[in-house]
Design a protein around this ligand. Structure first.
Ligand code: 5GP
Ligand code: ZN
Length: 114
């Protein structure tokens, strides 16, 4: 496992406010929330970005939305809705080069670009 920021969070070397964990994923609150609820869902495998997915990662990726819905249910925002964002690469505004899914909820979100 590489020593990037999220790998350190996954290993427990950097503390995080965890909301979900299994063998393949960790989810925690974002340190700098962009909404009342801002959770990061992070695959434990060090995949740099969406653009770096490899053959064989499909199964892992297929599990993400089920986990997000489980979190949404447990944190009571499934009914009101939420937004999932993945920033990819320089133009996508990705800052931490370990694939992660932003889950934003808790208010009617603005700045809708698509
Ligand atoms: P990106 O811009 O790469 O899509 O998103 C990186 C996210 O990681 C940002 O929303 C940022 O606030 C969050 N972040 C950066 N450092 C930490 C940290 O140490 N802990 C947590 N929980 N989130 C972090
Ligand atoms: Zn990593």
């Amino acid at each position: 496992m590489e020593e990037c920021l999220f790998c350190k969070i996954i290993k427990g070397d950097i503390p995080s406010n965890k909301v979900y964990e299994d063998d393949e994923f960790l989810a925690c609150h974002d340190i700098n929330p962009a909404a009342p609820i801002h959770i990061l869902v992070i695959p434990k495998k060090h995949i740099k970005s969406l653009a770096d997915l490899e053959k064989g990662d499909e199964q892992l990726m297929g599990k993400i939305y089920g986990i997000i819905n489980k979190i949404a249910e447990e944190h009571n925002f499934k009914q009101d809705g939420y937004r999932v964002i993945v920033n990819c690469g320089r133009n996508g505004g990705q800052e931490v080069m370990h694939l992660h899914f932003h889950v934003l909820a808790g208010k009617k979100l603005g700045e809708k670009i698509v």
